[in-house]
Structures are given as C-alpha cells and as structure tokens.
Design a protein around this ligand. Sequence first.
Ligand SMILES: C[S@@+](CC[C@H](N)C(=O)[O-])C[C@H]1O[C@@H](n2cnc3c(N)ncnc32)[C@H](O)[C@@H]1O
Length: 375
Amino acid sequence: MSASSPPDRAPLGLFLACPPGLEEVLRQEAEEIGLPEARAVPGGVECTGGWAEVWRANLHLRGATRVLARVAEFPAVHLAQLDKRARRVDWAGILRPDLPIRVEATCRRSKIYHDRAAAQRIERAITDTVGAQVAKEAAITVRLRIEDNLCTLSLDTSGAPLHRRGTKQAVGKAPLRETMAALFLRQCGFTGAEPVLDPMCGSGTFVIEAAEIACALPPGRNRHFAFESLASFDAAAWEAMKNAAPGPAPAVTFHGSDRDQGAIQASRQNAARAGVTDLTRFDCHPVSDIRRPDGPPGLIMVNPPYGGRIGNRKLLFALYGALGRVVKERFSGWRMGLVTNDAGLAKATGLDFAETGPPVPHGGLKVRLYQSGTL
Ligand SMILES: C[S@@+](CC[C@H](N)C(=O)[O-])C[C@H]1O[C@@H](n2cnc3c(N)ncnc32)[C@H](O)[C@@H]1O
C-alpha cells in the first residue's frame, strides 16, 4: 500500500444520494471525478469503487448529500434468516471493536415488516461478531433496507450530511444547501472560468461555492467523515489525499449583494472560513443598485425570496420584475440562473427562460432552476 492509496478490497456498490430531480447532474460530476460506472437512479447515483473511491467521493463531490457503501445483499423472508445471513458478513473487516455503531432499518413490501426488530438482529450480529457496542449517538450508521424481501446492508460513510462543509456558521433566511447550490451552478454550465454574481446572496452560498469550484478547493477539506471511524481507515493515506496541491488562483472574482446588512456580514464570515475572501466581494444594497462588474461576462445566480415562505406574493411580483429589468439593462452578454418555487414569479422577471429544470424538494417547497440564454 502506498502513502496515498487506502487499503482496498473487492469493489463496493456505492450510492451517492442527492435531491430528486438532480440525479443526472450528480452523475456527470461523479463521472468527472472518475467514479466508475456512474448511473443515475431515483434519488441519486449508483457507481462502484473501493475505499479510495469512498474517500474521494466524500472529499470531492459537491452535489452528493451522502455516500453509502453497500456491504451485503441477500434475500430473507423471516427474522431468523436475516440474523443468520447478517452474521456471515465480514463485519470484523469493516468495523472496529472499540467504536460504537447504530443501525437504521426500513422494510417495504416484505415478509419482514418490523423495522425495529430487523435493526435489532443486525445490531446483535455486529455486537456478537465484532464486539462493537450499539449507541444512539454513534458516528457510524449501518443501514438495512428490506424491499421485496431483498436485504441491503450499507454503511453511511459520510456521517453529517455533505452540505455541511464545516465552514458555514452564519446563515440567513431560507439558505440554500451548498450541495444544491453546487448542482444548480453545474446545471448552468459553470466550470469556474467566469465571474458569478448573486444579487440576493443571503449567506453567500452560490458565491462561495462558485469561488471554491474556481480554485478547485475540495468541499470536504474542512470536516470529518464517518469513514474515518471504519476499520479500513488509514490516516496517513487520507492526509495525502486531502492535502493534494490546490488548483491555480482563478482570474475572475465572485460577487454577492443583499439589502440586508446581516446577510452581508454572514457571507463575509462564511467566505473567510472557507478561505475565499480574496476571490469574493460582498456589498450591502438592494437589487435595483447592482452594477455589472468589470471584466468578462458571466453568470447571475439567484434565489430570490419565495412565494409563501418569506415575503408577500404581491410585493414579490414587483421584486422579480425589478430583477428582470436591471439584468436586462445592465448585464448584456451575461446569462442568469434563477431558483424559485413559483412559475408566476419567474415569469414576472420578463426574461425568456430557455430551460426550466425539474421540481427539486427544498425545505418543504419544490423549487426549479430557470435558465436564461445570453442576455
Ligand atoms: C431566499 S434568500 C437567499 C438565500 C441564499 N441563496 C442563501 O443560500 O443564503 C433571499 C434573499 O433575498 C434578499 N432580498 C430580498 N429583497 C431584496 C432586495 N430588494 N434587494 C436585495 N436583496 C433582497 C433577502 O435579504 C434574502 O437574503
């Protein structure tokens, strides 16, 4: 084993979860970072790989909400069978005796229908074969899914969901998750080579993600992962993977503005924690005062207040109208990606949207990405 390659074993089936509607966008990202056999399926992307791919997926994927590694799959039609087959899994090769685990189970369309009883069989199999104890707050979650009498055992290798980059402490109203923001940026064709401006930036999610993408900063560089508590973990190999040389500094900058001073302060603090202060600029002013930054044209990325969540829908028509007017007047040559839950409000911008994305669940709403052509 070299210093930069983790101990490996036969390929695992990996599942990269993401919000429904964005699976194909995540598949492209998975392919780009070299995850083998990436295939979009409902709720995420399936691919294969060893522990190296598990680490890489967690460290580099911007769009996945978590990475699951399948460790076993077998049919079972009663609890005794589940118990017997679960004991055949090489738990000792996967888990550590000194670290606790927890098990989550779901049963659908199966003879085994009692989630808790099924989870207990797995807990006992692990405790008896490895010695690991069961604890509610354990860092490692083993997931059992029983569907049509087929049992799938997976490890959640991420731990805290991957939108928690470890750098955002200050949040404004209705923040976007970093994972979703990154997938919307990708959907708009953003690769890091053009400036981005968010005129209602809230806590700065689009702007900070864009700046990180531009200098190829791995999104997982500042956090811990559940896989660090598995038997396969090798701290030296992980450090080598994590500390690979960063990309060159980009030639463009990333701009956010908001009428709320608290949001601007939060954005600046979040950018500082992410290490992108030099590449970002945040100003406090209303959308009507935005100015086109010097330099090449780029991408306006915005998610204005939603109808029904914050703000009053009538006032929002005026706001979306003002947004459409200023970008048409001042941003010729740029393009825009707008995220909203309300087709009527998108229309109120007066912009021609060449593409409307599928509905994506977000905080109890369904939002869509509306993409303009060149303004
Ligand atoms: C849905 S939030 C944006 C959340 C942001 N994408 C994030 O991830 O934190 C909408 C933002 O629009 C801002 N806003 C509302 N009206 C505005 C206006 N007229 N000019 C500028 N910003 C405005 C609000 O202060 C709020 O921060």
